[in-house]
Design a protein around this ligand. Structure first.
Ligand code: ADP
Ligand code: ADP
Length: 226
């Protein structure tokens, strides 16, 4: 686990108006931070700069006290959960979850232990032998989260992870993500344009507009505003 500090982060694509314009935001160790705002406000760009998939034009990105501006994604111990899940269709649920451990050449006994522990938390233990094609959308989402969990990442990053799901599943997954994060206590940055997600999931909500932070507040503070 780690804190994430953004200091005066600017991102310019070409010579246009900055997509992210002087954003400073401190996310505490274990905190669940929502980034919300209309399409084009810079949410994904900001998240991609945390992961290292986008260069930072100016400012400092500090994860766990270390400046990471020049670190490649694989040198940052972060887990990103995508809306398309990015599962391997030819691998079983077990092997999909185990994938990062296999890459790291983790001993088999530890792989077994970690994957089964993650599957228990995610209630996937009955589906470990199945292929992703035979799972529901919500189950696939949980497999993607399982893969993130076994990596013992410093932080979870979510980019609109529920936007492909129908309303009922979205509600279930919302509950599930909130429960999991509380249980695991992992620093989380969660991008959404969904008001309900923003108001129910996070410890704090960061409202972006045209690349600028408009407000950072708890859901309660936002709710009680006139
Ligand atoms: P959001 O995730 O809030 O919808 P984005 O971060 O995707 O917003 O985009 C912020 C702004 O940056 C938008 O104006 C968008 O058009 C622009 N932008 C995003 N990615 C690129 C890119 N690769 N090249 C040029 N402009 C981009
Ligand atoms: P690994 O397979 O160990 O995750 P990668 O280099 O593939 O190593 O990925 C490093 C980090 O960057 C991971 O957190 C991964 O989720 C993220 N990542 C890799 N490729 C992409 C991508 N195209 N878009 C977003 N995140 C990515």
């Amino acid at each position: 686990m780690a804190s994430v500090e953004m200091k005066n982060i600017v991102k310019k694509y070409g010579d246009g108006f900055p997509a992210v314009n002087d954003v400073s935001l401190d996310i505490a160790d274990g905190e669940f931070m929502i980034l919300v705002g209309p399409s084009g406000c810079g949410k994904s760009t900001l998240l991609r700069m945390v992961v290292g998939l986008e260069d930072i034009t100016s400012g400092d990105m500090i994860i766990g006290g270390t400046r990471v501006n020049d670190k490649a994604p694989r040198e940052r111990n972060l887990s990103m959960v995508f809306q398309n899940y990015a599962l391997y269709p030819h691998l079983s649920v077990f092997e999909n979850i185990a994938f990062p451990l296999r890459l790291a050449k983790t001993p088999e006994a530890e792989v077994q232990e970690k994957v089964r522990a993650a599957a228990d938390v995610l209630e996937l233990h009955e589906h470990l032998d199945r292929k992703p094609a035979n799972l529901s959308g919500g189950q696939r989402q949980r497999v993607a989260m399982g893969r993130a969990i076994v990596r013992d990442a410093d932080a979870f990053l979510f980019d609109e992870p529920l936007s492909n799901l129908d309303a009922k599943l979205r509600g279930q997954m919302r509950t599930e993500i909130a429960r999991l994060q509380r249980r695991l206590g992992i620093t989380t940055i969660y991008v959404t344009h969904d008001q309900t997600e923003a108001m129910t999931l996070g410890d704090r909500v960061c409202v972006l507009r045209r690349g600028v932070i408009q407000q950072v507040a708890s859901p309660r503070e936002l709710y009680e505003q006139p």
